[in-house]
Design a protein around this ligand. Structure first.
Ligand code: ATP
Ligand code: MG
Length: 220
């Protein structure tokens, strides 16, 4: 589904990784591990090509993405074709990046922008999926900034699921959740028929979810 070949990334003169060769299988969960600052989030920015907005980076190698049964090169894809790729490869940040709008509008904005059919119904469905609906169903018109850290984290996960991505890049998706909720989210993710790449510091979570684990420490 996604293949990284001999990827080399540096910021200014600092090499983040080199000779990175990873393979992500369709509809499987693959985990990425490694200590803080090693380059996990930077790898995700390479995968959805948000890296193009960073300064002073140098990226070489190849990232191949299977679209309509043929592999396309994400590094050589035209800027104009990127929105279509980013709708399929969605990054859920470790820092919830909510719009300064209401809770509901944070979902409906993306539903409208991506022309999702019946997005009103789907919004309820994804909020239930991330165990947020009961907590916020009476306050959907409140500002999203009024949500707690754990609620905001579940809202951006719901937003990503609303767009029905082919590949979900999850950066520490349960870091702000209590153990019970984290387990519920894990079970939900395991049931998703989707290619998921998961960054996680939790060994038990990786063991529960991932069929394959890559440690970025091996590519220093
Ligand atoms: N735009 C940038 N310019 C310069 N250096 C950067 C940039 N983005 C990231 N870095 C550096 O690249 C390295 C990897 O950062 P990254 O955020 O990918 O780490 P991480 O593995 O996700 O860490 P954490 O587990 O703390 O989230 C860090 O040393 C960071 O300072
Ligand atoms: Mg990170």
């Amino acid at each position: 589904m996604l293949k990284i070949k001999d990827l080399f990334l540096k910021f200014n003169d600092k090499v983040i990784f080199k000779n990175l060769t990873l393979n992500f299988k369709e509809n499987e969960i693959t985990a990425i591990t490694g200590p803080s600052g090693i380059g996990k989030t930077s790898l995700f920015l390479c995968l959805n090509q948000m890296i193009r907005y960073e300064d002073n980076y140098s990226l070489e190698g190849e990232i191949l993405y299977k679209k309509d049964n043929k592999y396309i090169s994400l590094l050589s894809i035209n800027d104009n074709d990127l929105p279509c790729i980013r709708k399929e490869i969605i990054y859920v940040s470790q820092h919830p990046d909510l719009l300064p709008l209401s809770i509901y509008e944070n979902l409906s904005f993306f539903g409208k922008a991506h022309k999702i059919s019946n997005y009103e119904d789907k919004i309820i469905k994804v909020l239930k999926k991330v165990y947020l609906y009961n907590e916020i169903k009476d306050s959907l018109d409140l500002k999203a900034s009024s949500l707690s850290g754990g609620q905001a984290q579940r809202l951006i996960l719901a937003r990503a699921l609303l767009l029905n991505p082919k590949v979900l890049l999850l950066d520490e998706p349960t870091a702000s959740l209590n153990e019970d909720l984290a387990l519920k989210i894990e079970i939900m993710l395991k049931q998703e028929k989707r290619t998921i790449i998961l960054i996680s510091h939790f060994k038990s979570q990786i063991k529960n979810l991932a069929l394959k684990v890559y440690s970025l420490e091996d590519y220093l």
